[in-house]
Design a protein around this ligand. Structure first.
Ligand SMILES: Nc1ncnc2c1ncn2[C@@H]1O[C@H](COP(=O)(O)OP(=O)(O)O)[C@@H](O)[C@H]1O
Ligand SMILES: [Mg+2]
Length: 340
C-alpha cells in the first residue's frame, strides 16, 4: 500500500555509497508527502553540483516505481544547511609576514563593513599570534557552547555588532608550533562549521602569515570570495608579499584578490593630523599593487592611536572623526563594490 511508512521502508534500499548507508538512515529524506497518485520529497545533499545527486534521484525513482507501480515521484535536491549556508561572502585578510598589520586591517575592516550596515563576522585564524580577542576587549571571554544533534556548537562572541571567534580559544598561545598540520586544520573547521554564525553578509578571516595549512584548508574546503593582501611599504616586506599573493592566485589556492592595503604608508603626528610624511615614498604602495596586478585599496597611516585602540579593545575605525576611519571606509566600499 502506498503510504508514508511503506515509502520510507522502500527508500531504505537506496544506498548513498560514499557514506555506506541508506538515504533514510542518513537523514537525507525530508518533507516527504504521499498521496494516491504519487510521492514527493526533498533529498538533502552536501553539494548541489555533485554528479552523484542525479544517480540517487534516479535510484529512488526506480526503486519506488518497482514496488508501487507507475506512480509519480517528485524529488527536489536541496543543499544541506550548514553553519555557513547563510554567510554570503568569505574574505581572507592575508600577508607575507607577521607584524605588517593584518589583524589591524581585519578588525578595522570588519568595523567599517558593519558601519556600512553589513552583517559581519570575524574569525581570527592566526595560529601564530591570535590577537582579535584583545583588539575587541574579549580576551577573558569564552564562547558559549551547547550540544546540538550530539555535536558541540559554539556561539560567537559579539562586540560592536560584530560576531567574533578566535583560534586562540583552542590554541595555547605559548605553543603555536604544535598547532600546525591537522590540528590547525581541525581548529579552523570547528570555527567555521561548528559555530552558530547565522546570517552574515561578510565573514572576515584574519589569516596567519605566509601560506600553510590554514590557507590550504580555507581555499580547498570553503568558498572564499577573495583575499585582501596587507603590506607595509618597505621593499623587504614586499618580497614576502609577492610570494604570498602569487600563492593565493595560483593553482593550490585559486583565491581571487580584491587588492592590496598599504599599512603604515605614511606618518601623521597626533598634533598635526593634516600632515602626511611618506617615509618610504609616496608611490610605493601603488608600485607594489601594479607589480601584483591588483588595485591599491587603501593607504593606512602610522597612527599611535591604532596601536593604543588595538590594545584597549576598541578598534580605531569606531571613531568617526579619525582619518583612519575614512581610509577603512574607503576599503570597505571597494570591497562592497567589487565584482568578485
Ligand atoms: N597603521 C598603524 N599605525 C600604528 N601602529 C600600527 C599600525 N598598524 C598596526 N600597528 C601596530 O603594529 C603591531 C602589529 O600589527 P598587527 O595588526 O597585530 O599585525 P599582524 O596581524 O600582521 O601581525 C600592533 O601592535 C599594531 O597595533
Ligand atoms: Mg595578527
Amino acid at each position: 500500500m502506498l503510504n508514508k511508512e511503506n515509502v520510507l521502508e522502500v527508500l531504505k534500499d537506496v544506498i548513498y555509497f560514499p557514506k555506506g548507508d541508506n538515504i533514510v538512515a542518513l537523514n537525507m529524506v525530508e518533507n516527504l508527502m504521499v498521496n494516491e497518485t504519487g510521492v514527493r520529497f526533498d533529498l538533502i545533499v552536501e553539494h548541489l553540483d555533485d554528479p552523484k545527486n542525479d544517480i540517487m534521484v534516479n535510484a529512488a525513482k526506480r526503486t519506488l516505481t518497482d514496488v508501487f507501480g507507475e506512480i509519480n515521484v517528485d524529488v527536489k535536491v536541496k543543499e544541506q544547511e550548514t553553519s555557513l549556508s547563510k554567510v554570503k561572502h568569505i574574505i581572507a585578510v592575508a600577508s607575507g609576514k607577521g607584524g605588517v598589520g593584518k589583524s589591524t586591517v581585519a578588525a578595522n575592516l570588519a568595523v567599517a563593513l558593519a558601519r556600512a550596515n553589513q552583517r559581519v563576522g570575524l574569525i581570527d585564524a592566526d595560529i601564530y599570534g591570535p590577537s582579535v580577542p584583545m583588539m575587541f576587549g574579549a580576551e577573558d571571554e569564552q564562547p558559549a557552547c551547547f550540544e546540538k544533534d550530539g555535536k558541540a556548537v559554539m556561539v560567537p562572541l559579539e562586540r560592536f555588532g560584530i560576531k567574533l571567534l578566535s583560534i586562540g580559544c583552542f590554541v595555547d598561545p605559548e605553543r603555536p608550533l604544535i598547532w600546525r598540520g591537522p590540528m590547525a586544520t581541525s581548529a579552523l573547521n570547528q570555527l567555521m562549521n561548528d559555530t552558530l554564525w547565522g546570517e552574515l553578509d561578510w565573514m572576515v578571516v584574519d589569516m596567519p602569515p605566509g601560506t600553510g595549512d590554514i590557507q590550504l584548508t580555507l581555499a580547498q574546503q570553503y568558498k572564499v570570495t577573495g583575499a585582501i593582501i596587507v603590506t607595509t611599504p618597505q621593499k623587504v616586506a614586499f618580497a614576502d608579499v609577492l610570494r604570498a599573493a602569487n600563492m593565493f592566485k595560483e593553482e593550490a589556492l585559486q583565491i581571487p584578490i580584491y587588492g592590496l592595503v598599504e599599512n603604515m604608508a605614511y606618518f601623521t603626528p597626533s598634533d598635526m593630523p593634516d600632515k602626511k610624511y611618506y617615509i618610504f615614498g609616496k608611490e610605493t604602495g601603488q608600485q607594489f599593487a601594479d607589480q601584483l596586478g591588483v588595485p591599491l585599496l587603501g593607504q593606512i597611516p602610522i597612527v599611535e592611536k591604532i596601536a593604543e585602540c588595538g590594545d584597549n579593545g576598541t578598534p580605531l575605525a569606531l571613531d568617526a572623526d579619525s582619518p583612519v576611519t575614512k581610509a577603512f571606509d574607503k576599503i570597505a566600499h571597494s570591497v562592497l563594490n567589487s565584482k568578485l
